[in-house]
Design a protein around this ligand. Structure first.
Ligand code: PRP
Ligand code: URA
Length: 209
């Protein structure tokens, strides 16, 4: 599908296998989510603009490339998205971070917003939304709509695991965004959990169950 990128690098896939396992504990789960976020960040930023400038090495003048273009903002969807922020910031340390709090209503599975704090100049930034799970797509789509209402025009979404239903919804609601996933799973179950997935990402990152 156009604008959907599956990041099937062997290191990402190996780490993903570890976090899918029921027996992986909270410490390792958290660390690996962060590592996967860093690897996904590396791939998802390969189209960032650069400009050439001249510097001096100890030996000679050299033409080098440095980042140009719009500044970046990372926007995790609370809670589980928080687990990806440090990994993203390890590669883009000067990015600003905004937060959007959404939870899925346990009965309707619709996203409910409960918090939002974004950088003041968010409309001038390239925004990368992060959340480990794209299930029905309701949360990610709502977050993108929210950012567009704030004037943001350049949006990427990074999810570790996606269900086909979520990809379909997100990309039909917002065909102009770029979506990066590490795995496209089989389906959603009757509780709208991703199959095989990894369970509840928020609970596994924060140890709440
Ligand atoms: C999870 C996940 C996503 C959302 C995905 O969050 O982190 O935000 O579900 O589901 P969707 O694609 O069907 O909207 P959850 O609602 O469990 O909240 P939490 O992060 O606070 O646990
Ligand atoms: N949220 C999760 O944390 N896991 C799923 O499988 C679906 C939604």
């Amino acid at each position: 599908m156009k604008n959907v990128h599956v990041l099937d690098h062997p290191l990402i896939q190996h780490k993903l296998a570890i976090i899918r396992k029921t027996t992986t504990g909270v410490k390792e789960f958290r660390e690996i989510v962060s590592e996967i976020a860093m690897l996904m960040c590396y791939d998802a930023t390969r189209d960032l603009q650069t400009r050439t400038k001249t510097i001096e090495t100890p030996v000679a003048k050299a033409k080098v490339k440095v980042l140009a273009g719009k500044k970046l903002a990372i926007v995790p969807i609370l809670r589980a998205g928080l687990g990806m922020v440090d990994g993203m910031l390890s590669l883009i340390p000067s990015a600003k971070v905004g937060h959007i709090g959404l939870y899925r209503d346990p009965v309707t599975h619709e996203p409910i917003e409960y918090y939002c704090k974004l950088p003041e100049d968010i409309e001038n930034r390239d925004v990368i939304i992060v959340d480990p799970m794209l299930a029905t797509g309701g949360s990610a789509s709502a977050a993108v709509t929210f950012l567009k209402k704030r004037g943001v025009t350049s949006i990427k979404v990074l999810n570790i695991i996606a269900a086909p239903e979520g990809v379909e919804k997100l990309m039909s609601d917002h065909p102009d965004i770029q979506l990066y996933v590490a795995a496209l799973d089989e389906k959603l179950n009757e509780n709208k959990y991703i199959v095989p997935g990894l369970g509840d990402a928020g609970d596994r990152i924060f140890g709440t169950k």
